[in-house]
Structures are given as structure tokens and as C-alpha cells.
Design a protein. Sequence first.
Length: 213
Amino acid sequence: MDKKDLYIKENLPYWHNRSYLPHYENSSLLQMITYRLGDSLPQKVLTRLKDEPETIEGDEKYRKRIEICLDSGYGSCVLKTDEVAFIVYNTWLFYNGERYKIHAWVIMPNHIHILFQPLLPFTLSRIVEDWKKFSSREINRLINKKGHLWNLEYWDRYIRNEAHYKSAVEYIHNNPVKAGLVSVPEEWKWSSYKEYKKNLEENPDIFKGVIIE
């Protein structure tokens, strides 16, 4: 990994590629991240997606097709167990407020969505890599498994304005409903919806003042 991927010495945004997906590093921006288990998309599904007409790997249409497939529940779905989900959640909390600030999250059976802002000098890449590394070790120990747990890549989208922020938060909290796992967001245990709803009731202007550049 390039040393630039680990820390940002100055608040200078830049693009980079870790595999085939582009990633945007900018500590002044909120980022919505999606990462998934390594077995969450069988090769036959990926091949079918790539063979679809007008498919450009990594673009917005491809990402949406991927998320539909993820919601279908392929793979081991080990994140659906409370013990495993807690490891992921606890991993996020460890440096929350120190290396990043978390705004919203959901843990799905085979993937996660999280909205957060990296804090200088830590980069998006460093943060996500550390999450995966620590949680993978602890989860593999729990389920008696060896090898890679997470897929190498992740999707990131920086938040452009307050409307986009609100849309991202709603998407995260409604993902379990969209996937047919529950009928309303508050029924899904592993998300920030209940805390978000409480904060929204206490502060109706919660979406105002989001850091956007």
C-alpha cells in the first residue's frame, strides 16, 4: 500500500485505485461505504452481471445491480448472527470520535453500509482496511474459520449536500426493509435507526449544518 493511503498530512483530496474501483480521499467530506463478505456474490452471479448489456464495472448502474444481488442473501451470511454482528459494531466504536465520526450504519447478513467522516490524518482506505482486518480476525476465531472473510474492495460515495445526506441515511436504515428482512426499519436490530430517530425527534434540524465542500 502506498504511504499516501495511510495518512493525509494535509487536507488535500485525491483519487486512487486499490483494485478496479476508484476511491476519493477527502477528510472534509462524509462518505457512505459499502463492503461485503467474500462469499456474498458467487462467481456465476458476477459473471452474469458483467455479461449484461452496457455494463461498465464500477459504475453506478453496476453498483445498484450488485446491491440488489447482495440483498438476495447469497453466501454464508454470517453477519446475521448477533455474536458476529456485535464484533463488526464494536470494531467501529473503538476509534469513533478519534479517527472518524460515524453518522449512520446497518449490518446486513452479508454486507454493511456505514456513513462516516474520516478525521485527519487518517484516510478512508486506512480506516476501512483496519475495520476489515480486526473484525476478520475476531470473526474467524469465533466461527473457527481461516482465510479472507471480506471482499477486497469496497464502494464509497462522498456526500454532496444535505439532501444527499438525508437520502443516504434513509437508504441505510431502509435496507433491511428493501431486502424483505423486516417490515419497518425499527424491527432490524443491527442499525442506527433507533438512535437516529431519537436524535431527529430531539433535533428536527439534524440534517442542517452537515460538513459539505
